[in-house]
Design a protein around this ligand. Structure first.
Ligand SMILES: [Zn+2]
Length: 72
């Protein structure tokens, strides 16, 4: 099974979050991402948030370098 990840650096926010999460399954990654979004980004755990986060998942592992799209 392909590894999945979500990288906060691709989504610039007030706090300049540099967290990247990765897991082997969508379910694990979603749980971790939801916890992170709630704890750090003050999102509410809603079906909409979960749907949104799923769309941000990428195949593979997080790049070491900050993505160019988010270069400050
Ligand atoms: Zn974050």
């Amino acid at each position: 099974m392909a590894r999945k990840y979500i990288d906060c650096r691709e989504y610039p926010s007030d706090m300049n979050c540099s967290i990247a999460l990765s897991a082997d399954t969508d379910e694990e990654l979603l749980e971790a991402a939801v916890q992170h979004a709630v704890a750090v980004h003050q999102h509410e755990d809603t079906p909409e948030l979960r749907q949104q986060l799923r769309q941000l998942f990428k195949e593979g592992t997080p790049p070491v370098e900050r993505p160019l799209s988010a270069a400050a």
